[in-house]
Design a protein around this ligand. Sequence first.
Ligand code: ACO
Length: 325
Amino acid sequence: MKRTVMLGVGTALPKRVVTNADLEKTVDTTDEWIVQRTGIRQRYIADETETTASLGADAARAALENAGVDAQSIDLIVVATATPDNTFPATAVEIQKRLGIHHGYAFDVAAVCTGFIYALATVDAHLKAGLAKRALVIGAETFSRILDWEDRTTCVLFGDGAGAIVVETQELEEMAPGEGPGVLAVSLRSDGTHKEKLYVDGGPSTTQTVGKLRMEGREVFRHAVGMITDVIKDVCGQTGIAASEIDWLVPHQANRRIIDASAKKLGIDIKNVVVTVDKHGNTSAASVPLALDEAVRDGRVRPGDTLLLEAMGGGFTWGAILLRV
Ligand code: ACO
């Protein structure tokens, strides 16, 4: 049987750190309000030389190095982003060029904060179908470019960055869904009726502008925990692995309160949850690989560990993946 196995992980962050105290100087907000409501203490904000593609390419290089494989062995690149460098070509193709790869194929997926989960699920399906052998899955965003810096209810929440993993298809002996390495189970969902709660008020086909992010924060919050726990129950049900048995929950990093409430509802000890929202803010599709990278590099995630990746975001979209490293 074929399994999609992770070989390495890497990230890239803009040079500039913006703390809550820095924001207090330009936005009508306080460090206390931001920390209490979200857990965010700082975020990274891209300068004009840093773009979604440049951050994504740097994260990809770091992941290739971590995996110990050459860029030329990659035959598929999927980038999850809601903030592409251009409307087209896809940011994935620009990253392919930056990595000096001229074979295989590359494309973007748009699922906002759930983008990395969708991208990994898509790559898993392509590898299982035999369309490619070794892939880069990248989440890269420059949300600072679509924020309304006059809107304190949203601009304090987001940051920029990129994370990437290298995966390859491996032929393994037949085993039960919950056994062995690699992607064990996937659950993806979306429901477009929630559009008005979280969206960007522009686009090429409507306003011919990029637009700004708009969010009814309370409404998003109200739906988040239930949606996250539903997809987690789904992947656990597919594998027979209880949520409380997983080694690490690597959640989308939108808000500390959503993370804590989801873990509690699922009976996951907070000691087993990777939290980086304090350092990165909400980096949308980049947040899961940014958190994963930190836990791999500081030695928390060890070979053989079972990871539960989950996210929820604009659309609404939501999803979860069980992955054994
Ligand atoms: N600084 C100070 N005060 C603020 C700020 C700010 N930055 N923003 C809002 N306030 C004020 C409001 O004006 C309001 O004041 P009022 O009572 O005088 O009217 C008060 O704080 C409370 O505002 P609420 O919006 O009700 O605050 P809430 O407790 O809901 O927290 C928050 C807001 C943090 C956005 C919360 O709703 C949340 O986290 N929602 C989920 C959002 C999320 O996770 N989105 C991302 C998921 S999808 C994706 O990742 C793209």
